[in-house]
Design a protein around this ligand. Structure first.
Ligand code: NAG
Ligand code: NAG
Ligand code: NAG
Ligand code: NAG
Ligand code: NAG
Ligand code: NAG
Length: 613
C-alpha cells in the first residue's frame, strides 16, 4: 500500500502548541523559538488501496499530432526527456542561479496509473527554470492555439507558481539562458500564494506590453489530485480557459473589460474638456450639523475586554506546579559572551507534567489569572451622526467623446510571432510539483482526446483513492471523538486497522510508540493505551502464531520421534519379554541340561575314574 505519508499528515493532522501565557512569551521572546510546538500527530489510519492499472502511453509521439503540435508524457526515460527539456543555466533578475531540481518521477501521493511518470519540480524557497524547444516553431496566424497540461502537488504548497510560458524563437539553441526576464508570448496556468493569490493566470504579450486577464478563474482544488488546465485562443479573438475540462472563463481578447491594460482601448472616453464641476454635490449623506459635539454622557471605556472578576480558579489548576522549568539539556550557546550578554540565565522548557493538560477539565499550571470577558459597558468611540444631504444633486454625467488614441488590435490571436519553445520559470516555497501531459498545438480534438485518455481515468482513480483516505481519517476521528464510544469500540477499530494492513500498521504503531517512549515512558503508556494494548495483542498474536507455527512445523517431526520412540519401546518390551521368555527357556533348558550334564559329569567322572584306575 502506498501511503501519502507526510503530506497527508500535514493536511489532516493538526499541530497544537502547549498553552503558554502570552505575557510570559511577551516577556521572554526567546521562548518562542525554544518552545517548539508539539506536533500531536494521531496515528495515520490505514485505508483500502484501489487498483492502479499499468500506464499505457497515449499512442502518439511528438510531431505525429496534427499541425506539428508537441506533446510530452514524460514516460520515455529521463535521459531522453532531458535531451529535450533543459534546465536553465542563467541567473535570475536577482543574480541567483535557478537551483530547483527537475526529475522524472512517479507520484507517491494519490497515485493514478502504475508507472505513470511526470516531470517533478522539487524546490525550497528558490527559483527554478526549465524549457524545451518547439521545432519547427508553431505559427498561430489564423489558427487556434491550445495549451494544455496537468499539475499535481505532492506536498501542500504555501506559495508558488505553476504556470507555463510560451516562448518566442531564440538564437539560444536549447533555452539555457531562459530566465524571468526572457520575453514570452503567453503565460498561462495556476498561481497560488497564501491568501493573496489563487488564480489561473492568462497573460498575453502584444506589441511590447503584457495584457493580463483580470478577474482570473481559480485553480483546481489544490489537493493531491491532478488538475488539467487548458487554454484555447481562437482566430475570431475568442478565448476559453478550462480547468479539469470545465469552462471556467471565456470571452474576447478584445474586450476592454477583460484585460488590463486592454488590448483594444475603449471606443469612447470621458471628454477631458468636461470635468466634474467643483460645486457639484454628489454626497448622499452629510454629517448632522445639529450634532457636532460628543454628548456628555458618552464615555469611551479604555478597553473592550475586562477581567472577569466572577471567575474562580478551577480546582484542577495547580499553581504550585510551575509551567516552565529550567531546561538543563540546553547548553550555553557558543555565541553567548558573559562579558557582553551578562550571566547566562539558562533556558527553560515547558514542564513535562503540564504538556498534556485537559484544559476543558480546568487543568492548568503556574499562576492562575482570571480570563477576560467583553466589557458590558463598552461604547465605541463617538462619531458624528449623518443625515440625508438636502442638496444632493445625483451623479454628474460626463460627456464622452470618440477615443482617437484607441489602440486597434483585431488579430491579437495571431500573437506577436511564432512559438519556438515552452518553459516553466517559477519561484516556489517548499514544493513538490508534478507536470504532465504537456500539449501545445492547434487541435481542440487532439487536446480533448488527450485529456479524455490521460487525465480523465487518472483523476477517477485518484478520486477513489482520495475518498478512501478521507473516509479513513473521518472514521478514525469519529471513533476517537465520539463520547459514546467505549474502549472496546476503539480496540475493535484498531484491530480492523491492523487487519487492513498488518505490516504497515504494526510498524507505525511501533515507531509511534517508541518515539513517545523515548520522550517519556509513562506518557507513552498514558497517551497510547491503545497502542500498548495493540502491542500486547500483537505480541500475543505473534506468540500464538509462533506457537501454532512451531507446532505445525514441529508436529510431523515430533510425531516421527514419538513413533520411533514408541517403536523402540515396543521392541524393548518385546525384547524384554523375549528375554524373559528366553531366560525362562534358558533356565528350564539349563535345568534339563543340568540333570543331563550331571549325568554327563558323573559319566565323565566315571570316565576319569576309569582313566585313573
Ligand atoms: C537538489 O539537488 C541537489 C543535488 O542533487 C541537492 O543537494 C539539493 O538538496 C536538492 N534540492 C532539493 C530542494 O531537493
Ligand atoms: C488570415 O486571415 C485574414 C483574414 O481572413 C487574411 O486576410 C490573411 O491573408 C490570412 N493570413 C494567412 C497567413 O493565411
Ligand atoms: C501540585 O503540584 C505539586 C508539585 O508538582 C504536587 O506536589 C502536588 O501534589 C500537586 N497538587 C495537586 C492537588 O495535584
Ligand atoms: C491622443 O493623444 C495625443 C498625444 O498624446 C493627445 O494630444 C490627444 O489629446 C489624445 N486624444 C484624446 C482624445 O485623448
Ligand atoms: C471528451 O470527453 C467529454 C466528456 O465525456 C466529451 O464531451 C467530449 O466529446 C470528449 N472529447 C473527445 C474529443 O472525444
Ligand atoms: C451519544 O448517545 C446519546 C444517547 O444515545 C445520543 O443522544 C448522542 O447523540 C450520542 N452522541 C454521539 C456523538 O453520537
Amino acid at each position: 500500500m502506498i501511503l501519502p505519508n507526510l503530506a497527508a499528515a500535514a493536511l489532516f493532522c493538526s499541530s497544537a502548541m502547549a498553552q503558554i501565557d502570552p505575557e510570559i512569551l511577551e516577556a521572554n521572546p526567546h521562548l518562542k523559538d525554544l518552545v517548539m510546538p508539539k506536533i500531536t500527530t494521531p496515528r495515520m489510519p490505514r485505508w483500502k488501496d484501489v487498483e492502479h492499472p499499468l500506464f499505457e502511453p497515449y499512442p502518439v509521439e511528438d510531431g505525429e499530432l496534427a499541425d506539428g503540435a508537441i506533446f510530452d508524457q514524460f514516460n520515455e526515460g529521463s535521459t531522453e526527456i532531458f535531451k529535450k527539456w533543459k534546465v536553465s543555466k542563467a541567473l535570475n533578475k536577482d543574480g541567483k542561479p535557478f537551483t530547483g531540481n527537475w526529475t522524472i518521477e512517479e507520484p507517491e501521493i494519490l497515485p493514478g496509473f502504475d508507472k505513470d511518470y511526470a516531470l517533478l519540480l522539487s524546490a525550497n524557497q528558490e527559483s527554478s527554470a526549465i524549457a524545451r524547444k518547439i521545432d519547427p516553431p508553431l505559427n498561430n496566424i489564423n489558427k487556434t492555439l491550445i495549451v494544455q497540461y496537468e499539475v499535481k502537488l505532492q506536498k501542500p504548497l504555501n506559495c508558488g507558481g505553476m504556470y507555463v510560458k510560451l516562448l518566442p524563437e531564440t538564437s539560444d539553441p536549447d533555452y539555457s539562458s531562459f530566465n524571468d526576464a526572457s520575453p514570452y508570448r503567453i503565460m498561462f496556468g495556476p498561481d497560488m500564494c497564501g491568501s493573496l493569490t489563487n488564480k489561473v493566470h492568462f497573460i498575453i504579450h502584444r506589441y511590447g506590453s503584457e495584457h493580463q486577464l483580470v478577474d482570473a478563474p481559480i485553480p483546481a482544488d489544490p489537493s493531491f489530485k491532478s488538475g488539467l488546465y487548458t487554454l484555447m485562443i481562437h482566430p475570431d479573438q475568442e478565448f476559453e480557459i478550462r480547468v479539469n475540462g470545465i469552462t471556467v472563463k471565456a470571452g474576447s481578447l478584445l474586450d476592454p473589460e477583460l484585460f488590463e491594460p486592454p488590448l483594444q482601448g475603449p471606443v469612447s472616453i470621458f471628454d477631458p474638456e468636461d470635468p466634474i464641476p467643483e460645486d457639484w454635490d454628489s454626497r448622499k449623506f452629510i454629517p448632522d450639523p445639529e450634532q457636532t459635539e460628543q454628548p456628555e454622557d458618552w464615555y469611551d471605556t479604555t478597553s473592550y475586554l475586562i477581567v472577569n472578576t466572577k471567575a474562580r480558579k478551577p480546582n484542577n489548576w495547580n499553581e504550585s506546579k510551575p509551567l516552565l522549568i529550567p531546561d538543563l539539556d540546553q547548553p550555553k550557546p557558543q555565541t553567548w559572551d558573559d562579558e557582553i550578554d551578562g550571566e547566562w540565565p539558562g533556558m527553560v522548557k515547558i514542564n513535562p507534567e503540564c504538556e498534556f493538560l485537559n484544559t476543558d477539565a480546568g487543568e492548568g499550571c503556574g499562576p492562575w489569572q482570571p480570563p477576560l470577558i467583553r466589557n458590558p459597558n463598552y461604547k465605541r468611540q463617538w462619531e458624528q451622526p449623518v443625515i440625508i444631504n438636502p442638496n444632493y444633486m445625483g451623479e454628474y454625467k460626463r460627456r464622452t467623446i470618440v477615443n482617437d488614441n484607441r489602440t486597434e488590435d483585431t488579430d491579437a490571436s495571431n500573437l506577436d510571432g511564432t512559438i519556438g519553445g515552452i518553459g516553466f520559470e517559477l519561484f516556489t516555497s517548499s514544493a513538490l510539483i508534478m507536470f504532465d501531459n504537456v500539449y501545445v498545438g492547434h487541435s481542440i480534438t487532439d487536446a480533448e482526446n488527450i485529456g479524455n485518455a490521460t487525465w480523465n481515468p487518472k483523476f477517477y482513480i485518484e478520486t477513489l483513492l482520495s475518498e478512501n483516505v478521507q473516509r479513513a481519517f473521518h472514521e478514525q476521528q469519529e471513533v476517537y471523538t465520539n463520547e459514546n464510544n467505549t474502549f472496546v469500540d476503539i480496540y475493535k477499530y484498531e484491530i480492523s486497522q491492523l487487519w487492513l494492513d498488518p505490516k504497515g500498521y504494526s510498524l507505525e504503531i511501533y515507531e509511534h510508540f517508541m518515539r513517545e517512549f523515548a520522550h517519556s515512558r509513562w506518557e507513552a503508556v498514558r497517551q497510547f493505551p491503545v497502542s500498548v494494548f495493540v502491542f500486547i495483542m500483537l505480541l500475543f498474536i505473534s506468540t500464538t502464531t509462533g506457537i501454532f507455527l512451531f507446532d505445525t512445523l514441529m508436529r510431523p517431526l515430533s510425531n516421527k520421534l514419538t513413533e520411533r520412540k514408541s517403536g523402540e519401546k515396543a521392541s524393548c518390551k518385546e525384547l524384554d519379554q523375549k528375554g524373559v521368555d528366553e531366560h525362562k527357556k534358558h533356565i528350564q533348558q539349563k535345568r534339563v541340561e543340568g540333570t543331563s550334564s550331571a549325568t554327563t559329569d558323573s559319566s565323565t567322572v566315571t570316565q576319569r575314574k576309569k582313566k585313573r584306575s
